[in-house]
Write a protein that binds this ligand. Structure first.
Ligand SMILES: C[S@@+](CC[C@H](N)C(=O)[O-])C[C@H]1O[C@@H](n2cnc3c(N)ncnc32)[C@H](O)[C@@H]1O
Length: 430
C-alpha cells in the first residue's frame, strides 16, 4: 500500500494513530502529513521527478513514498530541511535498503533547494492559466476546467482552495428522537455550534463517537448540504403517504427523511442495491427501528406511482465532496462518467415512475458537474413532470439557486457541493 493511495489515509492512518506513546502533536503531524501527501501527490510527484532529474517511474515505489513525505514536509509543512532530509535518509536506509540513502539524500537536498512557489513557477512556466491553477491548488487540470464552467471566474480559486480544507464535523438531530438541549450539547464549552442553515444541524469540535445520543442513533453525523436537500424535499406540498429513498446507502438522508416523514404522518421505504450498504442504512435507522430493502432502484418490486415523495440521491463522481477524501481527486477521471451517466438517467426515470401523480421527486448528487446534474434532468424531460424552482424551498440559503436548481458550494455555504432538482409528477393526486 503506498502513501498517496486512498487506503493509506483511510485504513492505515487510523491504525497508526492508535499506537501507544503518540502525543497529540504527533497525531496532528502524522495526520497532516499523510492527508497532505494523498491530497497533493499529483503536484509533489513532478517536483520529485524534476529534483531527481529522471522520470518518477524509474525510482523504487518505496523510495517515491519517502520522497513524497520529504517533499511535503519541506515544501508545505515548514519542517527544517536538514531534519526532514535526515529522517528520510534514515527511513530509506532502514526500510528500503542501505543503497538508497545516497539517492534520498541527494534528491532531498535538491527538493529543498527551492521553496514551493519557486517550484511552481518553474514547472508551470509553459502552462495555461488552468494548468497553473491546477498546480497551485493541487488538482488535476480536468477538474479545474470543469469547475470553471460552473462558477464565476472570481470564485474559481476560492472554490478549489476549499477542497483542501477538511470539512467540519457536522451533526444532525434526528427529528423525534433527540434534541440538542436534551443531549446537553448546547451548554457552554461543549464545542458545539448551531449550523448556519439547517435547523437540524450543528458543527461539533469533539469526537461524536463519545456522545450517547450518537451511540443510540438520535444524533448522527451528516453534512449540512445533505440535510438541506432532504429538508427541501420534505417542504414541497404533497399528500401524506409513503416516501421512497431509492439509493439509500449509507442512510444519512434516509434517517432524516424518516423523522420528517413521521412528523408528516407518512412513512419512508429505504432501498439500496448493495446488501452491505443496506446494513449501514439499517444502522442509521435504528433509532426509528427502520429497515432497508435490497433492490436495484431501476427495477424496484414496488408498484409504479406508489410514492408521494421520492429521493433519487444517485451514485456520482463525488466531485462536490473532494474535501472529504484526500486522494479522491487523483483517482477520478472524466471516463467515470461513461458508466455513471446512463445509471443516473435510469435511476431518475425510475424515480419519476415510482412517484404518484402529483408527487415530488428530488434528484440529488454530491457533484456539481453539468453532465451529472442539469443535463440528466434535461434528458429526462418527457412531459411527465414539471420542474419546480428548488431555490424556493431553501429560502434561508443565499446564492444557492441556479436557474430552477439548487447548487451548494463549500466555499459559499460551508457544505458539500450538493445539487438538487425538484420535479412534480404530472397528474391529479389520487
Ligand atoms: C450517493 S449514495 C447515496 C447516499 C445516501 N442517500 C445517504 O444520504 O446516505 C448512492 C447510493 O446508491 C447506491 N446504488 C448504486 N446503484 C444503485 C442502483 N442501481 N439502485 C439502487 N441503489 C444504487 C450506491 O450503492 C450508494 O449507496
Amino acid at each position: 500500500m503506498e502513501i498517496g493511495g486512498g487506503a493509506y489515509a483511510h485504513v492505515v492512518l487510523p491504525k497508526w494513530l492508535k499506537q501507544p506513546g503518540l502525543g497529540e502533536s504527533d497525531r496532528r503531524f502524522i495526520t497532516e502529513l499523510v492527508n497532505g501527501v494523498c491530497r497533493e501527490r499529483g503536484v509533489l510527484d513532478p517536483i520529485i521527478a524534476a529534483a531527481a532529474g529522471r522520470p518518477l517511474e524509474t525510482l523504487q515505489p518505496a523510495v517515491i513514498v519517502i520522497l513524497r513525505m520529504l517533499a511535503r514536509q519541506v515544501l508545505r509543512m515548514r519542517v527544517p530541511h536538514h531534519s526532514a532530509v535526515h529522517t528520510s535518509v534514515e527511513l530509506a536506509g532502514q526500510r528500503v535498503g542501505e543503497r538508497t540513502r545516497g539517492l534520498v539524500n541527494a534528491v532531498g537536498h535538491q527538493i529543498a533547494a527551492r521553496d514551493f512557489d519557486q517550484w511552481a513557477g518553474e514547472l508551470t512556466a509553459g502552462m495555461d492559466d488552468f494548468g497553473k491553477l491546477a498546480f497551485t491548488t493541487f488538482h488535476p487540470r480536468w477538474i479545474v476546467a470543469a469547475y470553471s464552467k460552473l462558477l464565476p471566474a472570481g470564485e474559481l480559486e476560492a472554490a478549489l482552495a476549499q477542497n483542501n480544507v477538511p470539512a467540519r464535523t457536522t451533526l444532525v438531530l434526528r427529528p423525534g428522537l433527540s434534541d440538542f438541549i436534551e443531549s446537553g450539547l448546547l451548554a457552554a464549552g461543549t464545542g458545539f455550534e448551531a449550523a448556519r442553515y439547517s435547523p437540524y444541524g450543528g458543527y461539533y469540535d469533539g469526537n461524536p463517537g463519545r456522545l450517547a445520543a450518537v451511540a443510540d442513533g438520535g444524533i448522527g453525523v451528516q453534512d449540512e448540504g445533505s440535510q438541506l436537500v432532504a429538508l427541501a424535499l420534505s417542504r414541497v406540498d404533497a399528500r401524506q403517504g409513503w416516501w421512497l429513498d431509492l439509493c439509500a446507502g449509507p442512510g444519512g438522508k434516509a434517517a432524516l427523511l424518516t423523522g420528517l416523514a413521521l412528523q408528516d404522518g407518512s412513512k419512508l421505504l429505504a432501498s439500496e442495491i448493495h446488501p452491505h450498504r443496506a446494513e449501514l442504512v439499517k444502522q442509521n435507522l435504528r433509532g426509528y427501528r427502520g429497515t432497508c430493502v435490497v433492490a436495484d432502484g431501476r427495477h424496484g418490486a414496488w408498484n409504479t406511482g406508489s410514492f408521494t415523495r421520492v429521493l433519487a440521491d444517485v451514485p456520482c463522481t463525488g466531485l462536490g465532496a473532494l474535501r472529504r477524501r484526500a486522494d479522491a481527486r487523483w483517482r477520478k477521471s472524466e471516463a467515470d462518467l461513461e458508466t455513471l451517466v446512463p445509471l443516473q438517467r435510469a435511476l431518475l426515470a425510475a424515480a419519476v415512475e415510482s412517484a404518484a401523480p402529483g408527487g415530488v421527486v428530488a434528484y440529488v448528487t454530491c457533484s456539481p458537474l453539468g453532465r451529472e446534474t442539469a443535463e440528466i434532468v434535461a434528458a429526462a424531460e418527457d412531459g411527465s413532470f414539471e420542474l419546480l424552482q428548488a431555490g424556493d424551498y431553501l429560502p434561508e440559503v443565499p446564492d444557492a439557486a441556479t436557474g430552477p436548481f439548487v447548487q451548494l458550494w463549500p466555499h459559499r455555504h460551508g457544505t458539500d457541493a450538493m445539487f438538487l432538482a425538484l420535479l412534480r409528477k404530472r397528474g391529479n393526486p389520487r
